[in-house]
Design a protein. Structure first.
Length: 221
């Protein structure tokens, strides 16, 4: 993949809450050499109204890889694949009836991409175009099964060597499904962080949220 042109002003994102439907850096199959701003929470192209869109996008932050070919919200976007750029993500471990946030990243701390689907939806009343995406999930690898130990799921993480393959146009269903597997956990790491990211009334989009915090009780987890 050639060097990408950024079409959005870059501001570091240390923590983003999906239910705020933030703008995130995305590269689409239609324009693979541009990094553009898309909003998290897929709005299918067939959505009827803004009210419907607001309801739908709370349910489409993540898409199970096993159902993207059958669920109406996703099957119309299967050929609209994208890369959602990131250098880490957050999951929660449950232990002793408490939840502990963890930061997960590649060991070399390099940028990777989540496998995603995107959509363009036009509000018929205003003519405004909404560009949105969802992140595809799969079964957890051993590292993520230990961290995300209640649901044992994880996003489909693509190292840079696989970006071109995911964005290839006209992939078959079998070729798409073959890429929706957990990344090798030997190149990943995850560690506990501060519970600040779940504290109400506190700015969580700050570097401090990514700092390691050791909880003595997790030595027994």
């Amino acid at each position: 993949m050639q060097h990408a042109e950024w079409e959005m002003p870059f501001e570091p994102v240390y923590h983003a809450n999906g239910f705020d439907f933030p703008l995130m850096p995305v590269m689409t199959g239609a324009e693979p050499n541009k990094v553009q701003a898309y909003r998290w929470g897929l709005i299918p192209s067939w959505t009827g109204s803004l009210t419907d869109a607001d309801k739908l996008r709370t349910q489409t932050l993540n898409a199970r890889g096993e159902t993207i070919f059958t669920k109406p919200a996703y099957r119309s976007s299967v050929q609209q694949r994208c890369l959602v750029l990131a250098d880490g993500f957050f999951e929660w471990m449950e232990f002793g009836k408490k939840k502990y946030p963890h930061l997960v990243q590649l060991k070399d701390e390099s940028v990777f991409a989540f496998a995603g689907l995107y959509s363009h939806w036009t509000d018929k009343e205003t003519g405004e175009v909404f560009r949105s995406f969802t992140i595809i999930t799969t079964d957890a690898n051993p590292l993520m099964a230990r961290i995300h130990n209640t649901k044992q799921r994880m996003p489909v993480v693509l190292p840079q060597a696989l970006w071109n393959e995911w964005l290839q146009p006209e992939l078959t269903k079998e070729q798409i499904a073959a890429q929706l597997h957990p990344i090798d956990d030997s190149i990943m790491e995850g560690f506990p962080i501060s519970k600040r990211i779940t504290t109400r009334g506190v700015d969580t989009n700050v570097p401090e949220v990514r700092e390691r915090v050791d909880y003595p009780e997790l030595a027994f987890a």
